[in-house]
Design a protein around this ligand. Sequence first.
Ligand code: BES
Ligand code: MN
Ligand code: ZN
Length: 491
Amino acid sequence: MKFTIKTDLITKIPADIITLAVNDKDQILCGKQIDALTLKHLNNILKLGDLHESTGSTLLVHGATKYSRVILLRIGAPTDLTPKEFFKAIVSASNELSKINFTKIIFPINQFVNKLITEQAATSYLVRALVDQGYIINSLKTQNKSKPANFQVYLHTNKPATKEIKQGLKNGQAISRGVSITKDLGNLPPNICTPTYLANSAKKLAREYKMKVTVLEQKQIEKLKMGSFLSVAKGSREAPKFIIIEHNKGPKNKKPIVLIGKGITFDAGGISIKPSTDMDEMKYDMGGAATVLGVMKTVGELNLPLNIIMVVPTCENLPDGNAVKPGDIVTSMSGQTIEVLNTDAEGRLILCDALTYSERFKPEVVIDVATLTGACVIALGHHVSAVFTNYDPLADELKIAGEKALDQVWQMPMWDEYQPQLNSNFADMANIGGRAGGSITAACFLSRFAKKYNWAHIDIAGTAWKSGKEKGSTGRPVSLLSQFLISRTVK
Ligand code: BES
Ligand code: MN
Ligand code: ZN
């Protein structure tokens, strides 16, 4: 998919299809900008009443116009169109487009702009929705491969808005590229996407954008005394890796933003083994790692003037003769001891050492992203990620970024009342806190390792991938975190 900004008159742009927004009164919004022949034919079609009244409905029109097809897109009352509705409308237009064979399409941007949607935002949403919808992963199919969407998109604007549109296109493409690699990493099978594969992907990404990359191996991880992380890795034949990427393009003395991602490339539960139904989906248990790698891709594409450090602890969680057992007590890098009552609560065991490790960067904020708890899915479902924090303004900032990026988070409590659920008779804490408030006690566990800085934890167990017929990574929350960082550069 190629995007080009066009400032010519719409009638001067050669294309085989155009997307025209229709309001709740059956009027074509840029009717005055298209040729009379096309407008007349479309108005006749609209009079037939075939374009459903609900926002996001589409109608594909053939023949009798300047174009070989026109796609009519219902957007309701234009002043009320919300970013969410707009994004959904573009997704449905894109679905329509995927069924036909064309090469050049015009999207006049102005028809989508209102008080809630700036030119820049409209462009960025449009680009993101089209690229997201066009995503395919074919590399392991030998037959029935889907064809990648290979068309030219003309983003039409009137001249004064080009700067805004340029920025929207740049941001939209950078985010889309981040989302896309996150999806690829998530969708790859766990026999390919191993900790070593993640480390190699990190090296490749860092090389591409001239970032500093460090991959710590077993021996070095042992030296750092990450006893908690290593206890999870013990049951696997794959070597654990501790990956760090540093992007230092901010002011020299400015403290960095640290992004940590859970990188369990397969979570069988360990000795506390999971039921076998849908266990394949636990290949997505590196969704946090894939997210922060995707965000670094976006950061690299935009060369953001910030200091950002990515940290990924990665290993497998498998049952084995050498695996950590329920009842084992391990010593974390922080020195705190942990009684492992359930080996399936492994995410927090690898993250706690990454949180302690991050202290050395004297961070301004630390945000960890993890497919941490099934309980989070029960609490919030699949539409929104959960955010927990020891510094409320950070959660507010993430909430605002999530709304803007259409990749939302909802703050959950993390009050001290929950902490005693983690009491252990034999160690400083247990790694589970019982069924009640399971996503909260998981966050409480992590908070014990994040006392030295402002920190937020994002549980993406419900949002990182889709199950069933549409099984696949969503690439969330790359857009949220990218927007969070972009917003910090405009302040
Ligand atoms: N990776 C899982 C969390 C998960 C489960 C995410 C299902 C998405 C869907 C995590 O490692 C885990 O197994 N958590 C346990 C914790 C429990 C043992 C306290 C869970 O949620 O069941
Ligand atoms: Mn688990
Ligand atoms: Zn897990």
